[in-house]
Design a protein around this ligand. Sequence first.
Ligand code: GRF
Length: 200
Amino acid sequence: MTTLELGVLVSGNGTNLQAILDAIQRGALDARVRLVISNRADAFAIERARRAGVAVRVLPHREYASREAFDEAMIAALREASVEWIVLAGFMRLLTPRFLRAFPGRVLNIHPSLLPDFPGTHAIRDALEHGATVTGCTVHFVDDGVDTGPIIAQRRVPVLPGDDEASLAERIHRAEHELYVEVLADIAAGRVEPPPVPEG
Ligand code: GRF
């Protein structure tokens, strides 16, 4: 068992961050959230981090000349905070190869569909519009693509008659909160195979 030193990247509500903080608090996850980074000053996730006594940096991406410059600022902040694992939790920016090389095989994301179905930012709406009867959520390693990296774990969630985007999202989010914590606990326990790291 190792204590995971986490950096959590957020842009919004932060319910997945909350689930991770709660799991640590109740002893279900051997991890420390060393730093939360938000690219938006109005993200409610910031409030959640502060309430838990976790360090927060707000790095507005528009203040940087390029995606690389923004990612360099994040890398510096994360290294300064001794972060070893990066947890994307509703972070709405794409990471550059430079960032991924800084934390090789140690960047995780959660996505609200059963990938490779419904990648992108409207996964829940897309599943409904497609008439899916089952959808779910996926935790995966992040690679250079959009929602394409090696899958670690998935949880199925039924689409129920009469579901709208809000009701389905609520059910998926509950599954996400359990799945993210389970995967992190598996990583801490050495039960997750690291992904192949591209050369170069
Ligand atoms: C989640 O649905 C996650 O799958 C997606 O963004 C959403 C973040 O929700 N990547 P929250 O900010 O953790 O509440």
